[in-house]
Design a protein around this ligand. Structure first.
Ligand code: FEO
Length: 621
């Protein structure tokens, strides 16, 4: 019986799950199973995006038949030819003989390698930036070589702003009824598997992933449909941020991952003592026995942690087999930018330390500590000092530990010596983000602000500071009334653009077709992405250069939801897209909204024409 889910009004997930697979690609354990995603678009033309692995072909074809009904299948888009997504192509062609295949030249060549049907007569070849209309929808194709194979491309539906991302943004694990990442606790239950998927499948190709991310940063993406794992429709920039992080090979957390290979327990014992000493100095540690934990888990952990310790016994005059395989694998996955420490053991001719070092010396930007600890069979009491020295060397190179504390001490001394105002210190203040709205006659307007605070409780009064250049400022000055919509973490970037990056003098910011609502004072607010609305009546004003401080009595207040309030920091970390890289322009970019000032020198009194932030919020391109 068919089992599909609706993605949008006219897009359907027609893939399936495999929970019986022991080893994905023959090498990665998938204890939670894996999903093979395929999507079917019902437009003026019908379009299938990729097929599935042979393990789930049966249900896949039932899903297609059910969603199509009496429609025929016009097109298949092939983004990636690895058989977990292409295995069903031959049978699809047999079932739907008129189908045309949208792909690129490399994919067409691979289709010939894998299958025997005539591709040339049914191929529609796409190149970088080519587009294809299916009726209401328009698809644009972007080449993504080596994410994960050389033929890979992705496509972008400009109508619904959906990115079909091939292997990118995938996750190990069966979907278990959920389709969207926001239907599960992704961070708690799936982030580790997403990291394990990324690092093992495409971890080697960080540069190519960065290239794709740069292309994607030019797109307004409202949904990502990958070939494995969940569809993304919320907190997309959060997950893209993870990909930016992983593909740059920057560690996610400061701490020490210890991987050890121990035949009779002596190397393990040494690793345990080191872990205890690190914990006693406040350093986070994780440990893996390479004979027990699958390499793919350890590779994912190596991409996560900043400091890596490898402790191995010597075996056949080399590195212990499982450790040797792990290190070869890590080097092959392009691991870089880490601090490495080594422990070797050997009862008569220890060589594992030297050999492990030689492997890591092949990697980019590795700091290999000199304090290699050598054990002859077992650790002796007099060698504890060597472990202390290794612990010190690791600890001192971890920000937040001893070295960072020294740096903090130096910072205090700097502050005492020079009484200067560092404008970036203001960034350390915590703020919420709000839509401040007002009304003048029939005209509604609003702007984004972070300067709302409660002043008194009895009576309830609040303060807002508003830039005098804002149209909302003039409205409040004139009418003495406003609303504050307290934005939540679900507020999308487009809302911030709508209210923050354009002037109400030029556009009607409330005319976007969203949910309309007014409080008793007649002023609009933003119910869809707010957890509270507060109405204020101005009782006092104070002017300060660029801003007016309004003190207002609260005339109405209501809780709208229990979704957490968004903070300024959360906006930067999770909502605002990464700044779009550029190589053509020189100048300064606004860190708030992305406005680019072209020129060699940014005037000190420059104000961003989009978001009205000052020069201190710009950084050099
Ligand atoms: Fe899921 Fe590269 O295939």
């Amino acid at each position: 019986m068919y089992c599909y889910r609706k993605v949008t009004e006219d897009l359907f997930w027609v893939g399936s799950n495999d929970r019986r697979l022991a080893m994905f690609e023959g090498v990665y354990s998938v204890p939670g199973g894996v999903s093979y995603n395929s999507y079917l678009l019902i437009d003026e033309k019908t379009v299938l995006f990729d097929t599935v692995d042979k393990a789930v072909k049966g249900i896949f074809f039932e899903n297609i038949a059910e969603v199509l009904g009496d429609r025929k299948l016009d097109y298949l888009v092939v983004h990636h030819m690895e058989p977990d997504h292409s295995e069903a192509i031959q049978e699809l062609v047999m079932r739907y003989p008129d189908i045309q295949i949208i792909c690129n030249q490399k994919i067409a060549s691979m289709i010939k390698q894998y299958f025997d049907f005539d591709i040339d007569s049914r191929a529609i070849l796409m190149k970088e930036g080519d587009s294809f209309s299916t009726g209401k929808h328009n698809l644009v194709f972007v080449m993504a070589p080596m994410v994960h194979w050389p033929e890979v491309m992705v496509s972008y539906d400009t109508t619904d702003k959906i990115l079909f991302s091939a292997d990118g943004f995938g996750t190990f694990g069966a979907l278990n009824g959920a389709l969207f990442a926001d239907e599960v606790n992704f961070e708690r239950d799936y982030l580790d598997e997403a990291r394990r998927y990324y690092t093992n499948i495409v971890g080697k190709y960080g540069d190519q992933v960065q290239t794709l991310l740069k292309k994607a940063s030019a797109l307004e993406i409202e949904m990502i449909c990958p070939l494995h794992g969940f569809v993304w429709r919320k907190n997309i920039s959060d997950f893209i941020g993870k990909y930016m992080h992983w593909s740059s090979y920057a560690p996610e957390e400061y701490g020490v991952m210890i991987a050890y290979a121990s035949v009779y327990g002596h190397t393990e014992n040494t690793a345990e003592i080191l872990a205890c000493k690190l914990r006693e100095r406040g350093v986070k540690t994780v440990m893996f026995d390479v004979s027990v934990t699958p390499a793919s888990d350890i590779i994912a952990a190596a991409f996560k942690w900043s400091h890596l310790v490898f402790a191995s016994t010597t075996y056949n005059a080399g590195i212990f087999v499982n450790m040797e395989a792990l290190i070869y694998d890590l080097v092959a996955h392009n691991i870089q930018n880490r601090t490495i420490a080594l422990i070797e053991n050997g009862s008569w001719a220890p060589t594992s330390g030297r050999l492990m070092r030689e492997e890591f010396e092949k990697c980019k930007n590795m700091t290999i500590l000199d304090n290699t600890v050598k054990i002859l069979s077992s650790l002796k009491r007099e060698q504890l000092a060597e472990l202390d020295a290794l612990t010190d060397a690791l600890t001192e190179s971890i920000p937040g530990s001893a070295k960072a504390q020294m740096a903090t001490k130096e910072k205090k001394e700097i502050i005492q010596e020079k009484a200067e105002v560092d404008p970036t210190a203001m960034f350390k203040l915590s703020y919420g983000l709000f839509v401040l709205s007002a009304k003048d006659g029939d005209k509604d307007n609003g702007c984004i602000t972070n300067t709302v605070m409660q002043v008194t409780d009895v009576k309830k009064r609040i303060a807002i500071a508003v830039n005098k250049a804002n149209y909302t400022h003039d409205m409040i000055m004139k009418t003495g009334a406003f609303n504050v919509s307290v934005l939540t973490t679900e507020a999308p970037f487009k809302l911030f653009k709508q209210f923050g990056f354009q002037s109400g003098r030029d556009v009607d910011k409330f005319a976007d077709g969203g949910v309309q609502a007014r409080t008793a004072n007649g002023i609009s607010y933003v119910p869809e992405y707010s957890n509270a609305v507060i109405s204020g009546k101005v009782v006092e004003t104070q002017e300060y250069d660029t801003h007016t401080l309004f003190i207002a009595e609260v005339t109405e207040a209501a809780v709208l939801s229990n979704v957490p309030s968004v903070t300024y920091q959360y906006y930067f970390d999770h909502i605002k897209p990464q700044p779009q890289p550029t190589t053509e322009k020189s100048g300064y970019v606004c860190k708030i909204c992305g406005y680019i000032y072209e020129g060699e020198e940014l005037p000190a009194d420059f104000i961003c024409p989009l978001c009205k932030h000052g020069a201190e919020d710009f950084e050099k391109l």
